[in-house]
Write a protein that binds this ligand. Sequence first.
Ligand SMILES: [Zn+2]
Length: 302
Amino acid sequence: MTDSHEHNFAGSVKPKNFSLSLVLGFVVFFSILNLQYTAPIIPIFGFHGIIEIKNNAPDSYSGEMHYSKYEIEKFLEKLIINKYWFLTSQELYDFFLTKSRKIPDAQYKKKPIMISFDDGYKTVYTNLLPILSKLENKYGTKVKVVLFINPGSLATPGSSDTTHLGCKELREGLKKGFYDIQSHGLNHKDLTKLNRRDLVKELVQARTELRICTQDLDPDQQVASHFAYPYGAYNQEVESFVSKYYLSSYLYNNEILNYGCFKDHYQIPRLMINRHNTAKELIDIAETFYPIDNRNLHQGKC
Ligand SMILES: [Zn+2]
């Protein structure tokens, strides 16, 4: 269950496995010119599972959308050293989309970024969580990651499901302050293909089940306040229903968020990451963007 294709309002579909080449071209262009790129931009990276193998494993390996734990550790460590601000979905919403809260002084001159993982793979617990703990011990920085979860696919207690994580693992990551748990629909259905009744069920029951799992750890009910469309698939009706139950929603479309002129909180772009993207490439994309300051926060060019 990956999000390797995407629909838009016109119903067109982008090519499968659309690469990051355009984004990288953009990065290289600005690097060569050595321009100070001050557009109000936040890169939002979209991962799936985190695997043991190296990224250059043979192409016959079927986990195309998963990412090497060795590469992600390099990537996250570099982001910590370079003073990134790892945003939660609520922070992105408050500080950058609605601008309803003032950015704390301590965060000025930091570079905002979001790291997200879809579909609730168990490896986000077995392989990623230890890396996050290790980096916190080494640098004193907590890397927050956003998990878009389908509660219908969660492993049940005592089950032999080794693919997906369960409520217990979600709670552990939340309790430690690493996981920002958000909704990806109940059963990872293409929402554009459902009747209204089933669409509402996918949206509401997902939120209910995620909050039941986490309620005692989440007094402000921030869990399942934001949404990511399964397969990145949406249309006007889907967006309209999602807006009744969630504050914002994320695409999977290989575009970068320009929050200066961003109007639709239900079409937040994300970059699609697969195992062919090296840590170095991801760092190059992130490093192109300058820290937030008053100028780019309030006078974004559109
Ligand atoms: Zn998904």
